[in-house]
Design a protein. Structure first.
Length: 583
């Protein structure tokens, strides 16, 4: 599972301490620079011939006022030069195993696995389309074993507020480039120089996440038999495309029964382009995607005779009621045992596959990116032709270029970073990370007009990508640049989803930055009414009220924010600030 919000585009502050003594890693009366301390950690991992341990991973997050939590216990085994075993616990049923020749990624729930050639030695896989996912699944531990880094070269030492722990350092990271803020705390064993614990906290707009990793049962430099790195596919297991989806591969055939009682096979439509949509009645993004699928269904002749097939695992009566209520008439196929879901490895919905007349999956997409993007994908598979889509290898090349650009920028090579980011966007025009990165980078380099041009192009090409529009608007407000454009982005997001509290919060935050305090107060009050569990909206409302001199109201708003996200420093500081005035 990828640890989101941990970015390499950073200016870092490293904080470390040794409680009650002047010792750091056993060196008395000498305070090492954080980069030197971390170098010892890197050296400790680089010097291991083998390692096995258990890792308790806990995930807590909040998005749009909705809380999420998960805990799993993973098992790690590592043996140089290139063998490793990762079991991500019964909670996920996922295993990643490298026997020195092949890397297998197995999912118990779907009885599917992928296989890619193993590298001769394990190095930092950042940016690689296949091994990058392995690094993400390994959390903090595998990147260190692979020779990765934590950007120590930009460290600045400060006192560590967590003085109760024997030895620790903090990377307090602000990634202005993508709008991230992260604070990563690492607790180190002073004897082995290996990590005992990691705490990774991240914020992106109104999204907040905390990941904790605790390492136990650690055994190092003892021989691990090669048999423990062997993968044997269970009976009935099937292989999957190595890139995690079917894009660029033939779409597997299947046969299901429709809500009308007809037997339907995908192969019935060979020669015609097909849109295959996995959905459910309870899925919010599906409710946005399905009316667009209906438009395609109603105007099939205008799109090269495209066929719309949708699949649901719900009860027929619930599906039919939903279709009637929402005036939808496209075919729905029933998959009550989730057999086709397992074949297509459906992990989230909506999941949409755009299949050409030859039966090849041209686009395999999770989530809904808006009507304009959906229609572009339809055009790409239509028999009348359409835009060319970047093949899988070009998409991977674009990701690698972006990763290299990140690294160059983090090393201070701004010109080379810009060049690589631009090239990443050119290689794959649908790489939104690259497109956003270029616009944000221009802002950071104080080239606002070029940044404006980049963002305006994104808005033109992806006009219905509401979360993208909202994030860019929030980012520009945080940077206090191009505020008129930020307001437009926020308004466009609200146009698509007028009841989304996050989007209204962003508009209110922009208005505050513009100095429109009364407008901001009304907008943010509306955001808190629509979704009273968005901590950032209460915090923003409190700042507006404080600026307007309404300190008692501000205290109440800051109190709501603190209740929703206890321990958040800026909420605590704001509450203390207004309490001094009202006392």
């Amino acid at each position: 599972m990828k640890l989101s919000g941990i970015s390499k585009w950073t200016v870092a502050v490293f904080i470390f301490c040794l409680a009650g003594t002047g010792t750091v890693f056993g060196i008395e009366n000498e305070q090492l620079l954080p980069a030197q301390i971390l170098e010892q950690v890197y050296d400790a991992y680089a010097g291991l011939s083998s390692l096995s341990c258990d890792v308790v991973m806990s995930f807590e997050g909040e998005r749009g006022g909705q809380s999420q939590a998960q805990t799993l216990t993973a098992t790690f085994k590592f043996k140089r030069p290139n063998r490793f075993y990762i079991s991500l616990g019964e909670e996920t049923g996922a295993k990643i195993i490298c026997d020195g020749e092949t890397v297998h990624h197995f999912l118990e729930g779907t009885k599917t696995y992928t296989a890619i050639p193993a590298p001769k030695e394990l190095k930092d896989p950042a940016g690689d389309g296949d091994l990058g996912s392995i690094s993400g699944a390994g959390g903090t531990l595998l990147p260190l074993l692979f020779g990765g880094n934590l950007n120590a070269g930009f460290a600045k030492a400060e006192p560590n507020p967590d003085s109760g722990r024997k030895l620790s350092f903090v990377i307090d990271t602000t990634d202005r480039f993508r709008g991230f803020r992260t604070a990563s705390t690492y607790y180190v064993n002073p004897e082995t120089k290996l990590l005992d614990e990691a705490r990774l906290e991240s914020w992106k707009g109104q999204v907040h996440q905390v990941v904790r990793e605790t390492y136990t049962n650690v055994v190092v430099n003892q021989d691990i038999p090669d048999e423990e790195f062997t993968f044997k596919p269970p009976e009935g297991a099937t292989t999957m495309p190595t890139n995690g989806n079917y894009q660029g591969n033939p779409a597997p055939d299947f046969t299901l029964t429709s809500t009308e009682g007809k037997s339907v096979s995908l192969s019935d439509f060979r020669g015609k382009p097909v849109v295959l949509e996995f959905w459910a009645t309870w899925c919010g993004p599906c409710r946005l995607a399905l009316p667009v699928a209906q438009k395609v269904h109603d105007n099939s002749d205008k799109h090269g005779g495209v066929v719309v097939l949708t699949i649901s695992n719900e009860r027929p009566q619930d599906i039919e009621s939903f279709l009637k209520e929402n005036k939808l008439s496209f075919p729905v196929l029933l998959d009550p045992k989730r057999e086709v879901e397992r074949i297509y490895r459906v992990m989230s919905i909506p999941r949409t596959l755009f299949i050409d007349g030859k039966g090849t999956v041209v686009i395999d997409e999770a989530g809904f990116r808006g009507e304009a993007a959906y229609m572009r994908n339809v055009a790409r598979i239509a028999s009348t032709g359409g835009e060319e889509v970047a093949p899988v290898d070009r998409k991977r090349e674009s990701r690698v270029l972006l990763a290299k650009g990140e690294r160059q920028y983090s090393l201070g090579n701004s010109e080379e970073g810009v060049r690589l980011v631009k090239k990443a966007a050119q290689v794959d025009p649908d790489n939104l990370d690259a497109l956003i990165a270029h616009g944000c980078l221009m802002i950071l380099l104080e080239q606002a007009e070029e940044g404006r041009a980049s963002f305006e192009k994104i808005a033109a090409d992806f006009p219905d990508e509401m979360h993208l529009l909202n994030h860019v608007g929030y980012y520009l407000a945080e940077e206090e640049v191009l505020l008129n454009l930020a307001e437009k982005f926020a308004q466009d997001a609200i146009r698509i989803a007028p009841q989304q509290g996050e989007f209204i919060d962003t508009l209110g935050w922009v208005q505050f930055k513009q100095g429109e305090l009364e407008k901001a107060a009304k907008t943010l009050a509306k955001a808190t009414r629509l979704n009273p569990r968005i901590a950032e909206a209460w915090y923003h409302l409190g700042l507006v009220q404080e600026k307007m001199g309404n300190h008692s109201q501000a205290a109440e708003s800051f109190s709501h924010a603190k209740e929703l996200r206890p321990g958040e420093p800026k909420y605590i500081q704001a509450a203390e600030r207004v309490s001094e005035v009202t006392a």
